[in-house]
Design a protein around this ligand. Sequence first.
Ligand code: WTA
Length: 660
Amino acid sequence: MSSAAHDGTIESHSLEVETYPPSAEFAEQANVHDSSVYWRAAEDHEAYWASRARDLQWTKPFTEVLDWSNPPFAKWFQDGELNVAANCLDRHIAAGLADRVAIHWEGEPGDTRTITYGELTHEVKRAANMLTALGITQGDRVAIYLPMIPEAVISMLAVARLGATHSVVFGGFSADSLRSRIDDAEAKIVITADGGYRKGRVSQLKPTVDEALALEGNGSPLSVEHVLVVDRCGSEVAMQPRRDLWWHEEISAFDGEHTAKGFPAENPLFILYTSGTTGKPKGILHTSGGYLTQVTATHNDVFDLKPETDVFWCTADVGWVTGHSYIVYGPLANGATQVMYEGTPDTPDWGRWWQLIEKYGVTIFYTAPTAIRACMKVGRQVPEQYDLSSIRLLGSVGEPINPEAWRWYREVIGAGKAPIVDTWWQTETGAIMVAPLPGLTRLKPGSAQVAQPGIDLNVVDEAGNRVDPGQGGLLTIRKPWPAMVRTIWGDDQRFIDTYWEKFGDQYFAGDGARVDKDGDVWLLGRVDDVMNVSGHRLSTTEIESALVEHHAVAEAAVVGADDETTGQAVVSFCVMKSQQELLSADDAEAALKKHVADTIGAIARPRNIYIVSELPKTRSGKIMRRLLKQVAEGKEVGDTTTLADTVAITMIQQQVNTTR
Ligand code: WTA
């Protein structure tokens, strides 16, 4: 155990865990089976990325790899030209793969569409022709506000094909959020649907677009000229003459002839808004050649993809970066066959995901720890009713996966043998940065483990100096990487201030991390989630992980609440397992406090443990610790607009207030 809080390092206590080497059988067939790739990439990182970039199809080959003459504004492969959509489509058709299934799509009500690469290419070309007729050309922005239906993928690729820029807005965002994103990007077209199916009901989208466009906005004239509406649910919707157009009517005028043009590697591909520490969301800008290079390479390496035989399934929504990189661009550039599902995992019941794995023979499954823990809570008897024997690799993303969930995932979903790749990355990094390579890495539950080849990761103290193994610090990236954020749309200064101000020449990710004595990276949560208790810094993540290790706990959230004596105090909120023989709340609190003290140390013993029935989460499933902190401090709960629902937080607030 270390304790060097006085010099600004993060207190960090390791949870001892077992390791799992790759099986000989897996290692033998793995796409990456020679560990020399790490040092070869480290020796010449530009040469490494150039060789990965050459796996793509360039209409004009690049001669320059990286221009870092004006940091932090990187240019990768800048004199090269390519068409991103043609790399995901036409290239495979030319290779004779037109009949390969690209997408097994499943609607929530059970309707299905099977789309081959030939059909997807045809539809994207038609959509590109339709958008051209509506005036979209290189550099224009198109907002996409769609449910998880094939038209979402088709729209993104059609925009990319024209050298235009998409801004996908997650369907759960409100009219206000949609409007501010439309205004910020000055989108000319919005592509939406009447609605989509969620939890057995139609969740409306077009009325939200109407509301958004009717808002006052930022004072500039409305940029939107047309709204294209996909008829997903057959709902009645109001159509404003001239502005609003039905997708199926417009597209019917176009055939599938369209020749893709090459665009410069640094042509903007998409803007994706992500929340920052201040109110206004940041428009993260990604460009073409570098982004496509890294998502394609990591999708191949980390997921060990065999495009001829694998069926890949990433459960993210296309409205998040995971959907951009590992539903659309990475898998399609690699010619993968994948499953895309419209609805929620609990509709009609919690067996839905497992039923789809059985139905489509999914071999690689990529989801988030929060979903895994929800499934744990329901119990293993549900997945055990399905044949999951096709699974050969599992992935995790979005937050640290606690060892308890890792083991359940491996045992219950992965038949006790599928490697699990815990992938650390961000909207800003564009692609996976830290993850095991499943044919090489000895897996360690709870750790994201190793920087990918060609990624120069560092863990530093507040002064920017590398910390010793075992010490907590701040995660930074030293050398530019191909899929890195290029700027914040329209705000270069904010880009500099947010990510580069702190350490100058190193990208600061905002996450705390620790490298253990084996060189494995442990993510310790956002640094704003790091607590300072009696001068010792503690990670919320580590305490949460300890709590979830307890056999009675399904989910836990930990916050550092202001405390008069200790600076901050550890406050925990726990959801207990449903079929658990429950202790009384008092006994549970005492047992869990002792458990944390036993696992990590007395310093980490929570001041309060509240046993609650649900945790407040965003629509993408992230626990809203900021709100829990406000409740724990007896403050008014602030902005709840990103919550999936506000019931949980209201109940917790009542509970905390009555025990105060
Ligand atoms: C967190 C999602 C630990 C982290 C791809 C990061 C993780 C933020 C992991 C980015 C992981 C993501 N282990 N933490 N495997 N993956 N995070 O932009 O705090 O939605 O900074 O990108 O999620 O979230 P974002």
